[in-house]
Design a protein around this ligand. Structure first.
Ligand code: FO1
Length: 327
């Protein structure tokens, strides 16, 4: 059973953790957004890769969703003592990841090889696959100007009003062979409840990935990041409003429509189910809030069972046009 998940930060990591808890990690490959990556103090930082790695290693910080549980911040405090007003909270244990990644990049290793090495050393059995080994960076165009992603997301606490998003470098980027192969041999493909604009769109912007998904034999299911018109965590709902999009699970399904066989929406949005079914997308209505480990595992099981129900239909060539390259 080859399960592929497309994911970004905290929401994606929770669902992947649920899959790991319920089905084991050896069948799981996660295609992770790298457009949040940035350089700080000369260090290459890959927040979404690290959030996924720490969560699957069982050492993630349960309160924040990012960083390492129980980490200390002596280095951060010393930076403050130097008066540099640090704004990105790197823990002392987390710092080791950035130091090692930066050194290995300088030695010529790819982000994919580095991620595999670090994850394996933390005992992670799942494959954590950067969407590309090339440089792609999200730039946020707002009413206060252009911002690098972490400046917008952390320093400015995603308050500026967004006009558009630029995935700098995406056109020249190449998906890794591991990503394309994982999609090709997948039995189930899940778009995690990550931010559709900030986490999933950068992955779909890497040339070749969307085409691979459109031709995938596996059913593709998205899990809503929006419940009752609000995002579970982060700026997804605010971005939908600022981009003039209806702020609902229906709009999320529409956003991914040409890719989807199934969509998982929250029980609180059950009334929206007919509008999604009208798009020709099968629906699963359930509690999608992952408030604890049991909830993560339960949702993962339900999503995987949903995929099992959709697979015969998809393999039966129910939508032959879907199997042709998109025009
Ligand atoms: N997010 C914050 O809101 N504040 C932080 O200080 C912060 C530090 C941080 C350190 C390491 C790391 O891997 C992630 C960190 N994040 C922080 C989260 C990060 O900005 C987001 O997880 C992603 O970039 C968006 O998904």
């Amino acid at each position: 059973m080859n399960i592929v998940v497309l994911a970004g930060g905290v929401g994606g990591a929770k669902l992947c953790h649920g899959i790991a808890l319920s089905s084991g990690q050896e069948h799981l490959s996660v295609v992770v957004n790298t457009a949040d990556d940035f350089e700080l103090y000369g260090l290459h930082i890959s927040p979404d890769l690290d959030t996924m790695m720490y969560t699957l290693a069982g050492i993630g910080n349960p309160q924040t969703g990012w960083g390492i549980a129980g980490d200390t911040f002596n280095n951060f405090d010393m930076l403050e003592r130097y008066g540099v007003q640090p704004w990105f909270r790197i823990g002392d244990r987390d710092l080791a990841t950035h130091l090692l990644r930066t050194q290995l990049i300088a030695e010529g290793m790819t982000l994919s090889a580095i991620t595999q090495t670090l994850a394996q050393r933390l005992g992670v059995k799942a494959r954590i696959l950067p969407m590309t080994d090339d440089r792609v960076r999200t730039v946020v165009d707002t009413d206060e100007g252009l911002f690098a992603f972490q400046d917008y997301f952390v320093k400015l606490k995603w308050q500026p009003e967004v006009r558009s998003l630029i995935f700098e470098g995406a056109e020249e980027a190449h998906p890794t062979d591991a990503v394309l192969r994982a999609i090709e041999v997948a039995d189930t493909i899940i778009i995690a409840p990550s931010n559709l604009y900030l986490s999933i769109d950068p992955i779909l912007a890497v040339p070749g990935i969307k085409e691979m998904l459109l031709n995938a034999a596996a059913p593709i299911i998205a899990v809503t990041p929006i419940i009752a018109g609000e995002s579970v965590k982060g700026p997804a709902a605010k971005l939908m409003r600022e981009l003039g999009v209806e702020c609902s699970a229906v709009a999320v399904a529409q956003h991914y429509a040409d890719l989807l066989n199934g969509f998982v929406l929250d029980s609180r949005d059950a009334a929206l189910e007919p509008r999604i079914a009208a798009m020709g997308i099968q629906t699963l209505v359930t509690d999608t809030l992952m408030t604890n480990l049991e909830a993560r595992a339960r949702l993962a099981c339900e999503v995987l069972d949903f995929a099992d129900r959709l697979r015969p239909e998809k393999l039966g060539g129910c939508c032959p046009d879907r199997l042709l390259p998109s025009s």
